[in-house]
Write a protein that binds this ligand. Sequence first.
Ligand code: R7I
Ligand code: MG
Ligand code: MG
Length: 349
Amino acid sequence: GGPASLSRFRGALVAAVLGDCVGGEFEGAEEVPMESVLQHLSSLDDDTKGNGILEYSDDTAMARCVVQSLLTRAGFDERDMARRFAKEYSASPGRGYGSGVIQVLKKLSSPQLSDVYRPARDQFNGRGSFGNGGAMRAAPFALAFPDPADVKKFAHRGAMLTHSCSLGYNGAVLQALAVHLSLQGALDLPLKFISTLIIEMEDVESNEATLNDARILKEAEKPFCERLHRVSDLMHRSKVSIEEVISELGNGIAALHSVPTAIFCVLHCLQPRECLPENYGGLERTIAYSLALGGDTDTIACMAGAIAGAHYGIEAIPQSWIKCCEGAEDADMNAERLHMLYQQTSQGG
Ligand code: R7I
Ligand code: MG
Ligand code: MG
């Protein structure tokens, strides 16, 4: 489809769910042989399975809250979104949430709470979380707002409800921007895609809060920019091993060690790769490759899935995968609603 087509919206939201559901199998594993990944993925083609056997985790649970809130309020409403996070957590606390964010979600359910950003600011001795929980649910912001300035602003605020450290919320901004660009067809020119992201993040990371957090955490002056430059360096190499990707970019639970990694997975899998089956299309390659990195596989595959799905569109996603994953069909319907909201906004109505 063309820029911002319905197929791209559906691809983005559905592939994010698939990444989360199929990635759950390997979350936390230190080494994941590609053979195990391919075996896991081919088991999804088995007709006797299906009907949502693979459950989604916190990544999708929170993304669904974001989607419902954006749709119901026809825009960003922090109190509504916070209430939905809290309600979802108390209804299904066993979705594998990060151990810190649980405290925030419990506090957000208090009716006496006047500042919904407060619980997040109190995390980790007042510096806030740098986990990837803001980024893992950031894709819907790109599907709700056509203007990139809005995508950045609301992805930031949406993440701040649980992640007030700049190394957490800037990861959400980066992820939302990557989905935004991919929806526009920007992955047709991969080198321009990465350089556009670097230019955007130069601006996003040039403020006191970011420079301060980076200093305290002993990271580069502009941590996400630095990582995106590493992504760009890896793209220019003819051969890159999984070990090198992990050591250069990371595969962990921090946004800094997973959002640039997810972006790299998408870029690396734009073309066929020796380690991946020839009959795989780009979307399947991206998901498989993300899982083979090990570490925070559900989240990296979820984020890579959103970016890749926005590029390849819904037609690239195997039906058998959709059938196996809880919430995939729901995501498809919600993508259509978000597409309508997006179009209303672009027409200024
Ligand atoms: O970021 P968050 O929502 O976790 C998301 C991850 C995804 O992989 C999901 O799939 C799920 O498995 O969890 O949850 P947080 O609790 O805010 O952050 C995750 C973890 O990162 C924390 O439990 C800490 O171990 C670590 N962390 C920090 N550690 C020290 N100092 C995050 N921020 C800090 C920090 O400032
Ligand atoms: Mg998870
Ligand atoms: Mg995870």
